[in-house]
Design a protein around this ligand. Structure first.
Ligand code: NAD
Ligand code: IPM
Ligand code: MN
Length: 353
């Protein structure tokens, strides 16, 4: 008899609603795993802001080495109102993305069943943002001078490398080829005159190797308006770290709520584990009330199952939350009355169907 397939997944529920949405997604992943003949060995990590308050670190000194031995990472959210974001995020989330060369941040979005877009006349939306995830505007190069003095200043350099831009452009072009060949490159080469023209050149060079793919260079400001006015005219977007970050919350809003949007931080070569998380943050305004929408994390868990080589289970998980939503079960961010627990039970009931 074939032995059961097993995957080791590190779970970092983290802060705020991360503690609520992550267990919900784990239960659903377990349910589809069981139905599809494999199991997930979860290694739960108590890393995050509570740990920082107690021990002065977001994760142990050897945290990254520990994660390196697993197959994937599922993360909830990081960030607490009483600790500076640069301490919490740069102590946990960002080092994982960088150390494990998760240079693609894949952020698909759709208007899910039963959801009405806040935009009049928009009833279909199905696009993917391919966000550069380890360089660009999120750079450690820079500094602060003369703190607290009138002449105080801050400098932060963006870093765009040929390797970094080319590899994310290649990933986006490959994806666009499988989705009808339309690729939008988000740029700002009219105002940012060194890095963005370079981005444009490298993207154009890479896409020239894909005759089936048409790349359209769109200025980020105009693209923001176009994603609101004509979201159907966009299919795959390749964007720098910051532009991709902003656009992903924008399109999630167009799809009804940032609570449904998933994110896969991929090391496409699989030399290191990839990390799966919702697009949203720790939502301190609603944390602890049991009302958070777990769909973004469930969808991220489905992307994780795809990445682990379990596409049937991934589709079953997506179908389960889509069917629950189609049946009218929705959390408060989407105008419904279900709490996280009730919604999760409705999804679980459909995971093995
Ligand atoms: P946020 O995404 O946490 O919340 C923005 C708004 O969306 C809030 O009103 C929140 O209640 C709502 N919301 C978010 N997720 C929801 C869900 N699943 N269900 C229902 N409503 C939801 O963004 P923010 O308020 O700008 O950031 C809060 C903290 O989270 C900050 O510390 C920030 O740095 C951090 N953050 C972390 C991540 C991450 O861990 N990947 C991502 C974004 C923000
Ligand atoms: C995201 C988040 C992070 C980012 C923050 C918390 C650093 O907004 O994953 O979208 O900007 O990458
Ligand atoms: Mn973001």
């Amino acid at each position: 008899m074939e032995s059961t397939r097993r995957y080791t997944v590190d779970v970092i529920a983290g802060d705020g609603i991360g503690q609520e949405v992550t267990p919900a997604a784990m239960r659903c992943a377990d349910a589809v795993a069981q139905a599809h003949g494999f199991r997930i060995d979860w290694r739960e990590r108590d890393w995050g802001s509570d740990r920082y308050r107690a021990h002065g670190r977001m994760m142990p000194v050897d945290g990254l080495e520990t994660l390196a031995t697993g197959d994937a990472i599922l993360l909830g959210a990081v960030g607490a109102p009483d600790i500076a974001d640069e301490v919490t995020l740069w102590g946990l989330l960002i080092p994982i993305r960088r150390e494990f060369l998760q240079y693609v941040n894949l952020r698909p979005i759709r208007i899910l069943p039963g959801v009405v877009s806040p935009l009049r006349g928009v009833d279909e939306l199905d696009l993917v943002i391919v966000r550069e995830n380890v360089e660009g505007e999120y750079s450690e190069v820079g500094g602060r001078l003369y703190r607290g003095r009138p002449e105080e200043m801050a400098v932060q350099e963006s870093v765009f490398t040929r390797t970094g831009v080319a590899r994310v452009a290649r990933y986006a072009a490959e994806l666009a080829r499988t989705r009808g060949g339309r690729l939008v490159s988000a740029t700002k080469s009219n105002g940012i005159i060194h890095t963005m023209p370079f981005w444009d050149e490298v993207v154009a060079e890479v896409v020239a190797g894909y005759p089936q793919v048409q790349v359209e260079k769109v200025l980020i400001d105009a693209l923001a308006a176009r994603l609101v006015l004509k979201p159907h005219s966009v299919d795959v977007v390749v964007a720098s770290n910051l532009f991709g970050d902003i656009l992903s919350d924008l399109v999630a809003g167009v799809a009804g709520s940032i609570g449904v949007a998933p994110s896969a931080n991929l090391n496409p070569e699989k030399a290191h584990p990839s990390m799966f998380e919702p697009v949203h943050g720790s939502a301190p305004d609603i944390a602890g009330r049991g009302v958070a929408n777990p769909v973004g994390t469930m969808w991220a868990a489905a992307m994780m199952l795809d990445h682990l080589g379990e596409p049937d289970a991934a589709r079953a998980l997506e179908a389960a939350f889509e069917q629950a939503m189609a049946a009218g079960v929705r959390t408060a961010d989407l105008g419904g009355s279900a709490g996280t627990e009730e919604f999760t039970r409705e999804v679980l009931a459909r995971c093995t169907a």
